[in-house]
Design a protein around this ligand. Structure first.
Ligand code: SF4
Ligand code: SF4
Length: 383
């Protein structure tokens, strides 16, 4: 029998060093981790990822451009035939950054922008002038013909900024991903977390925007773990259907010290399953006991939020990180569109039948066009 898990993407915290001080940073970046991988070890890890069948690598931080060997490692990823994505705060500009990125044909260059109001963005990011730097990085990357994405992380401080930010981003030919903040970071006050109504409102914003704008004008998606199985919000993610947490299923997280974990969002050392210095990625990935919380999920593992849910077989209780953060256990994610609709009595089977109907009628073409944008195969805009 063929092996059922394909490593589509390794998300690599290239360094924990960061020049900003973002309030919501899940990994509390700032200083380097102790014993970060050096250049030789990082290059060897690229070979190792390739040997494990990895399709693409996303280099993030901290701030990945703070490492002087960024170009050596990024080039190696591409030489090995893996896709490359870069996630930056947009305030660090290595010399010739755009022409060098262009030469690497990245799948995406993602810049974090958290508010339409510069002062609020600067407050969230912990540095005056951050908005101006990130905004001009985004514009210059677009002008260089790079496939630019903007990532916005939403919490109580900036929920009210989404509509104004949409006005600033539309028509630029970029992709926009909206995600919600978790509370793992040391700097993030829990009182800023969205409540369930606000979380649902983010889904409604994405749904209404996607109905209003064509992907060519503004390609907006929610993060892959933004709510599940809604009867009403059918245009939120990039996927037809949520198929459960992808940690150790199609995604691998790599910490800057070589720690291997199903997903970087799970900021809990108990989930680190090896280290790139001593563990071959292929051996870990194909190991029988690897990533048991997703690969060996059984219905009995679900917590009270999910135990009786009709979608449990496919959903497996939502995002591991959200579930752990909110309830201290896995497979029990309370931030779920389906559960929210059920709780307010608005998720009846009639709605679900309607959803199936509209799924068949309207989604394939639009999803194909969105997929093209988010995979870096977008058409250039005529300007
Ligand atoms: S209640 Fe739990 S299992 Fe059901 S859709 Fe929501 S997160 Fe998934
Ligand atoms: S922990 Fe959450 S963010 Fe990470 S792969 Fe699972 S669903 Fe996605």
């Amino acid at each position: 029998m063929s092996f059922p898990y394909t490593l589509s993407c390794a998300v690599w915290e290239f360094t924990l060093a960061c020049n900003l001080d973002c309030i919501h940073c899940g990994s509390s970046a700032g200083s380097k981790r102790e014993k970060e991988l050096d250049t030789d070890e990082a290059l060897k890890l690229c070979d190792d990822l390739k040997a494990a069948g990895c399709g693409g690598v996303a280099l993030m931080g901290g701030e990945p451009f703070l490492r002087g060997d960024f170009w050596a490692v990024a080039s190696k990823i591409r030489e090995l035939g893996m896709e490359l994505s870069v996630i930056t705060n947009g305030t660090v500009r290595p010399k010739d950054v755009f022409s060098r990125l262009k030469a690497l044909s990245p799948r995406a260059v993602a810049v974090s922008i958290d508010a339409a109001e510069p002062a609020l963005h600067d407050r969230i990011r912990g540095r005056e002038g951050a908005f101006a730097d990130s905004w001009s990085f985004m514009n210059d990357a677009l002008a260089a013909g790079l496939p630019v994405s903007v990532i916005t992380t939403v919490h109580k401080l900036n929920l009210g900024q989404l509509a104004a930010l949409r006005e600033k981003l539309k028509g630029k030919g970029l992709a926009w991903q909206v995600q919600t903040a978790g509370a793992e970071g040391r700097r993030f006050p829990k009182k800023l977390l969205l409540d369930r109504d606000e979380f649902y409102a983010v889904g409604m914003f994405i749904e209404s925007t996607r109905r209003r704008y064509k992907p060519e004008d503004l390609a907006l998606i929610g993060a892959h773990d933004l709510g599940y199985n809604s009867a009403r919000l059918i245009n939120v993610s990039l996927y037809e259907k949520w198929e459960g947490c992808q940690a150790g299923v199609s995604i691998l997280g790599i910490r800057s010290d070589g720690g291997l974990i199903g997903c970087l969002a799970i900021n809990d050392d108990r989930f680190v399953e090896g280290n790139a210095r001593t563990t071959r990625v292929k051996a870990l990935w194909r190991g029988r006991s690897a990533f048991p919380y997703t690969r060996n999920f059984r219905k009995a593992d679900a917590g009270p939020e999910c135990a009786e849910c009709r979608h449990l077989d496919s959903c497996k209780g939502g995002c591991s990180e959200m579930s752990l953060m909110k309830t201290g256990r896995l497979h029990n994610d309370p931030y779920c569109f389906y559960a929210i609709e059920r709780a307010d009595g608005s998720g009846p089977s009639k709605m679900e039948r309607l959803r199936d109907f509209f799924d068949q009628c309207s989604r394939p073409g639009s999803l194909r066009r969105l997929s093209r944008v988010f995979s870096g195969r977008r058409r250039r805009r005529e300007t």
